[in-house]
Design a protein around this ligand. Structure first.
Ligand SMILES: [Zn+2]
Length: 83
């Protein structure tokens, strides 16, 4: 399932992906288990989503008031440009 969030950097609704790399994680687990554990903890902790376009984590959930406000502002700008 594709997850979407509002990216403050791209100023729009974007697709997001989980930060880090699952293949890299598996390799680390096989080769260096302690490092793999650390990597898994890092991936699971804090902000784990990144924008697919800019790879930054300046993201807002679409359901938060801040995101709704930002989306409305973007829509308004677009409408003004069209007019
Ligand atoms: Zn972005």
């Amino acid at each position: 399932m594709k997850k979407q969030m509002f990216c403050k950097n791209c100023k729009g609704i974007v697709e997001v992906s989980q930060r880090g790399n699952i293949l890299y994680e598996i390799l680390l687990w096989i080769a260096f288990t302690p490092v793999g554990i650390g990597y898994t903890i890092w991936r699971m902790s804090g902000q784990k989503w990144v924008c697919k376009h800019c790879r930054k984590n300046d993201l807002l959930l679409l359901t938060t008031p801040a995101a709704e406000e930002a989306i409305l502002r973007q829509r308004k700008i677009r409408e003004e440009l069209r007019a």
